[in-house]
Each structure stands twice: as C-alpha cells, then as structure tokens.
Design a protein. Structure first.
Lengths: 434, 323
C-alpha cells in the first residue's frame, strides 16, 4: 500500500479487542494501523480527517452474505455486493456458496476470492460448500477449499439432512481450522412452508414452517458438535427454543458460535400481513416471544455475532404472489443504522458490545484478520456518524437488491467512512469515497 | 375508466376485510336478485356497458359458471381467460397479464388463482374492481357469502347459530371465508377434522375445535362439509380415503344418532362416499343445490355493489327488466 498516511483525529475509538473506548487519534500508514494515541502528530503529506463526534471502530465483518455471483448476476455481483458492504460500514463479508455453479471446488473458491480482490472494495471471503454440489451426499475437498481461501464450509440454503454427513464435516474440518456453518432446518418439518407457522399463516392461508423445524436441527447439530469437538456456527437463529439450546450448549463447553440477524431482532411475522414479499425470508420472521428471546440471546452473547444474511433478489422476482416469491432480504446497507438506532441509541446495548458483535467476534468466529485496531493490524476501519438522521430508501442502495423490509424507516447513525487497508472504499458527508 | 367507490370499497378480496354491516348489505342485496333467476327472461340492465374479465388461472367449473351467469344476468360483457392456451403458460407474470387487460379498458376482474394473496396482489396494482373467486388457501369470499345466505334462508338468521366446518381446514379457502364471515355475524363456529388437516393454533381465530365428528354433530346446528381432495391422501395427511370416511365421513347413521335436524352444506364438488355419504347428500337436510342457486344471486349482488349500485336501489333495478 503506497497510499498517503491518514490521521483520524479526535474520534471515539471503540476497540473491544484492545480494551479501548476513548477519544484518541488513529494514524494509518502503509495500509496498517501505525499508532493509536492522544495528540498524534500528522506526518508530512498525511491526510487528516477530523473525527470529532464520530466513532472509530474496527471494520465491520458480516459472516453471512449472498453475493449471487456466479449465476445470479441480475440479483447481485461480487462487486456490487462488496460496494454495498462498504457503504454499510463493512470491510469484510463472507460469501455463501449456494451460487450456480456451487462453490464446491478450489477453482470456484479462487474465482470468488479473485473477483473480490478485483472489486477492491470490502474484502470478500469465500465460504465453501460442505457437500459436493450442496447435494448433501459427500464432503467437498475441504482441505483444498481452505487452501484456495475458503474461511468456512456450509450447505447454507440446503440444510444437511444426513446427520452422519454433518458428523463427518464437523470432524474433518477440524484439521483445517474452519468452522461448519449451519442453516438449521429440518425439511421434513418445514415442508414447503412460505412463512412462520402460526396465527398469521393460519389467517393468510399460507403454509408454515414451525419453530420445531429449526429447533430439532439446532439440537441435533449441537449434540454432534459435542460428540466430535468440532466448531459449529449456527446461522440466523430465529426461535426462542433455538436460543435456549445454544445457551445450554455453551454452558456445557460445546464449540458453538451463532448469528442473530437484524430482521429477526426487529420484526415478527406480523410484517408478512398483506402478503408482503419483502418480509419473506428463511428462516422466517417468528412471533414476538421468539423475537424477544433472540434479542435476549444477542444481548447476553449467546448469539455472539450479528450477520445480515444479505440475500438480494431482482425486483421482478419479489413482485409476485407470496408463495411464488423467493426467500431473502438485503441487509448490508441497513444493519448498522438499525442496530445503532434500535439497540445503542435506545440504551439496550453499549457501543462497545455492538462492535464486539459486528466486528471483534465475527473475526474470531471465522478466524479472520481484522476485528481490531491494535498497532500493526491491517487498517480496516469504519468511521461512524452516530447522530446523522436518515431514511431507508432502497432506490439509494448500492446493492442490486432492493428487497428490504425496512423501507421508509427513519434511522439515526450510519457509516461515514470505510477504510480497507487504509484506503477509502466508501465515504459520505464530505468524506472522500470510492 | 375510474372505478366507482362502492359501499364495499374497490374490491372484494376476503370477508376478513369486511364489516358485519357490509356483509349484511351483500346478503340483503342478494335477496331481490334471487328472483331474477326465476324469470323467463333472466336479465336486468344494471351492468350494461361494463366489461368483466374472468381470469381463472386454476381449474374451476361451478364458480366460473356461476360468476358468468351472474355477469350475464346483469347484462355485463364478459371475457373468459384460463391458464391453458393463454399468455400465462408462455411465462407472462400475473401483474403483466393484469396490466394488459387493464390497457383494454376493462371494469372488473374476477380472479381465481392457486396462490394465497394473489387477489390482494392484483387489487393493489390495477384500478379495476377485483373480485376474489378463490386464492390458494386464503379466501373464497363469494362462497362464504352464499353459504351464509343459505344458512340464513333456512334458519332465519345467523347470530347464535352453531356452524361446524368439517374436513380439510388447512388447505381450505372456503373454511377461512366461512370462519371470518360467520364470526362477524355473531354465529358460533367450530372446525372438525384430523389434526393433520387443521392449522396449528386455529382456535386463536375464535373457533372451537372438535377432534371427533360425533361431538361436532352433537354440538352443531349446521355442518359445512368440505371436499377432501384426493391429493391429500398421496401427500400423507390422511392414511386412506376409506379410513377418512370411517372416522370423519358424514353418514345418515351418524346424523340419526344425534337425534336432531341438522342443515348440511357442501361447497362442492362432492366426493360421495368420502366426506359425505349419498344418503346424506340426497336427504332433505342437504341444502347443497340451494347453495348453488344462491351463489348466482350473491355474485350478482357483489358485482352490482362493487359497480357502485346502491343497496336500496336493487329492488328497483330488478323491476326495470331489460331496457
């Protein structure tokens, strides 16, 4: 990196990994954090950014996004997804392998990684498929996938119904130090459900996925992880029983990390009323007791990471009858604002804990660089303006997907500047951008 | 053409959206229209010049024909569109189909669709009046209305009457429209069927649940017996039609044991010997053919009201005959 040095002056530096929550300066040189301290001198030719009133945090990391490339470029590409990530304050995203073709070979992993580097925006980490073709039958060459750059394996979108295969993945992946990410859904119980099974589905005449479809799968995989000593990463936990099962497993010492999504933290299946396809995702929005349990789990760290499950779709695909529309909502450009507004500003969660859930802990869970502002670390930094008021308007998204259930919502706070390796990949409000 | 704002609003998507007063208005308006179908010349000019498209994207015989009779007896111009042989099988989306029809300056669309919410979807996107003729497992409001009208005809009222819907509630739009409509009019409503065919938590809608059909018969004044679709057996919801008939079929033996007169409704088409035995279907208790007759009158009332007709003018409209 031969960019100019940059001094972020006078921001509130929140770095849980380094135990920091203080107003300080942060100096970046050669793409790395050069110094964090009070009254730092700006080197010659340094770009100085006044961060008064801003919060400077290690770049946000999203462990769960769908970038749709290859095969779904009308929904999103790796470049548009990485641009949306940067705009949302994310410096790293983990791309799920359920593309067409599936990311199940070293060559495909290499393709995603290379496209991410070429975009030069947020870092794009490929996640490899757990089974060949995500068909749930035999393991991929996990060692080679990791060698090519995969940071985890998963059959996300195609739940692993064979417990024996899940066992082998949890055993085999340990040699290569990657977690098994798990979309927990028993397909026999969820059948062809289009939303949560409950009063709303009964009224609307839509087929439902019961909580139990997720719970039995979570319970199974926690037990298999316990048996094998493998690291299970439970994706997008949406049920009260699921949260409790994870809490108990953590207490027993099972190696488990878990995601909460902004939509499961903030919405219930009432949002589906009127057959709103922008509120259709999998797992579905549940009931208020579930939402409250997911929130409690997110606050106490049972669900230790925030992930968006960013799932862009083309406008036409969502402009259909509810049953015919695909599952998924976008999230990269709204997650930070939603969390700042509904968790930090409302006093439910401190800024420090939010940064832990959105950066520190995601980095740890998938063993990624980043998640810290210690000296010598790559300068992946997000500067947050915590007081700017804005309104969610999908037409302003950088993502190709406009499918947000939060359209029109008024939020306070968002990313003002996003740096990857010290280079600005996003800036707004007078800051320079990509 | 700008739609006229009627006493029902722009559309009839479901009975859940209507007030008790609106439902009564439709039933009362259906009364004078019943008589038109008994005349030698079965036609009045109240919808003359109106164009109605019957967009039936799922197979239907009786509902489609019933709507068509209702439209023709009100002198509307009608066009029928089914999925087969239309642009829909060429991959045209529902919204494009609707917009193309709209561009031909139509006044109303009657839609039957396999997906729950399809009628609402269409109603939100085109200015024409939309009438739901059945959307997935959501609602079939004109069927609900004709069932309620039939109950009212025979029992003199609906409030306080006990109506049990028997069979596949889970997949039934008829059940939902009956539940919403009957509850609004003050009836007591119950459902009965194998638990595999009842939506989880259905009692939260305000209905009783009977697991044994004998208990339902004991309790009810009216049974609305739903068709058991044969594909429910192949999908495993019930082990066999024979067993279904044995435990849930409405037989004269079961009715006789209750020692009282029950009104028997069935939305058709019947599977004789499965959900209903022939001796019940053909008995004096059965008002199944009366339902069919009422269907035309109710649909005339709905079309008339949506087109902006005044409820109190229906009697006069009827007398005008063909102009």
């Amino acid at each position: 990196m031969n960019t100019r040095p940059r001094l972020l002056r006078g921001g509130r530096i929140v770095d849980p990994a380094g135990g920091l929550d203080t107003v300080l300066d942060l100096l970046i040189a050669d793409g790395k954090v050069a110094a964090v301290g009070a009254g730092l001198e700006a080197p010659e030719a340094a770009e100085v950014t006044d961060c008064g009133g801003r919060v400077v945090v290690p770049g946000l990391i999203d462990l769960h996004v769908h970038l749709r490339e290859p095969g779904g470029e009308h929904k999103e590409t790796i470049a548009t997804g990485a641009r949306a990530a940067a705009a949302g304050g994310y410096t790293s995203v983990c791309a799920m392998p359920n593309t067409d073709p599936v990311i199940d070979s070293p060559a495909m992993v290499g393709f995603v990684a290379a496209a991410g580097r070429a975009a030069g925006l947020a870092r794009v980490y490929p996640v490899g498929a757990l089974s060949v073709g995500q068909e749930g039958e035999r393991l991929t060459e996990i060692g080679e996938l990791v060698g090519a750059g995969a940071v985890a394996v998963t059959d996300d979108g195609h739940p692993v119904m064979d417990s024996g295969l899940m066992r082998m993945a949890l055993e085999y992946a340990q040699a290569f130090g990657v977690p098994v990410a798990d979309h927990a859904e028993d397909l026999g119980l969820s059948r062809r459900g289009a939303m949560n099974e409950g009063l709303v589905s009964a009224r609307l005449g839509l087929s439902g996925k019961p909580n139990a479809a997720e719970d039995v799968h979570i319970a199974r995989d926690l037990l298999v992880a316990e048996l094998t000593g493998g690291h299970i990463h439970l994706q997008h936990v949406s049920t009260r029983q699921g949260v409790e099962l994870i809490r108990q497993a953590k207490a027993r010492g099972v190696r488990v990390t878990a995601e909460a999504t902004p939509h499961h933290l903030l919405l219930t299946d009432d949002a589906v009323d009127g057959y709103r396809t922008e509120a259709k995702m999998n797992p579905p929005l549940r009931t208020e007791p579930d939402r409250r349990a997911v929130e409690a789990g997110f606050l106490d760290g049972t669900l230790d990471t925030l992930a968006t499950d960013h799932a862009p779709h083309h406008y036409d695909e969502k402009e259909q009858a509810f049953d015919d529309a695909p599952f998924g909502v976008v999230g990269l450009e709204t997650a930070l604002g939603l969390m700042l507004t509904h968790f930090v500003a409302s006093g439910k969660m401190t800024m420090v804990t939010l940064v832990e859930r959105m950066s520190t802990q995601p980095a740890r869970a998938f063993g990624l660089p980043g998640g810290t502002l210690r000296e010598g670390a790559a300068a992946d930094v997000t500067v947050i303006d915590p007081s700017v008021r804005w309104r969610v308007d999908a037409s302003e998204f950088h993502s190709r997907g406009l499918n947000t259930p939060f359209g029109g919502m008024r939020l306070t706070g968002r990313a003002e500047l996003t740096l990857v390796d010290g280079k600005a990949v996003h800036g707004r409000g007078g800051q320079e951008g990509a | 053409m700008t739609p006229t704002l009627s006493s029902l609003g722009k559309d009839l998507v479901g009975l859940e959206d209507l007030s008790a007063a609106q439902i009564r208005t439709i039933l009362d308006t259906a009364e004078p229209f019943k008589e038109i179908s008994e005349r030698r010349i079965k036609k009045v000019p109240v919808l003359r010049g109106k164009t109605i498209v019957n967009l039936f994207l799922e197979p239907s015989t009786r509902t489609r024909i019933s709507f068509e009779f209702a439209e023709k007896r009100l002198s509307a111009d009608t066009v029928n569109l089914t999925a087969e042989g239309s642009s829909v099988v060429k991959g045209e989306t529902l919204v494009d189909t609707a917009r193309n029809l709209e561009a031909m300056r139509i006044d109303m669309v009657v839609i039957r669709h396999g997906a729950s919410g399809a009628a609402r979807f269409l109603a939100d996107r085109i200015p024409s009046n939309v009438v739901n003729a059945g959307d997935g497992a959501h609602e079939h409001p004109t069927q609900g209305l004709l069932d309620i009208l039939t109950i009212r005809d025979h029992l003199g009222g609906v409030a306080g009457r006990r109506v049990c819907i028997v069979g596949d509630i889970l997949h039934s739009r008829v059940a939902r429209s009956n539940i919403f409509g009957l509850l609004k009019l003050g009836a007591e409503v119950a459902v009965c069927g194998p638990l595999t065919l009842l939506p989880l938590g259905i009692d939260a809608l305000g209905v009783r649940v009977f697991r044994r059909v004998e208990d339902a018969i004991e309790w009810a004044d009216v049974l609305n017996v739903l068709r058991l679709q044969l594909e429910r057996m192949t999908a495993g919801f019930v082990p066999s039609l024979r067993e279904y008939n044995r435990f849930y079929g409405i037989s004269s033996r079961r009715l006789a044991r209750a020692g009282k007169e029950l009104l028997i409704l069935h939305p058709g088409p019947m599977n004789r010997g499965v959900e209903i035995d022939s001796d019940v279907a053909d008995s004096p208790y059965s008002v199944i053919l009366g339902q069919v007759t009422n269907g035309v009158a109710v649909r005339m009332a709905v079309l008339y009201l949506l087109a902006g007709g005044a409820p109190e003018a229906a009697e006069a409209a009827k007398r005008r005959g063909v102009g």
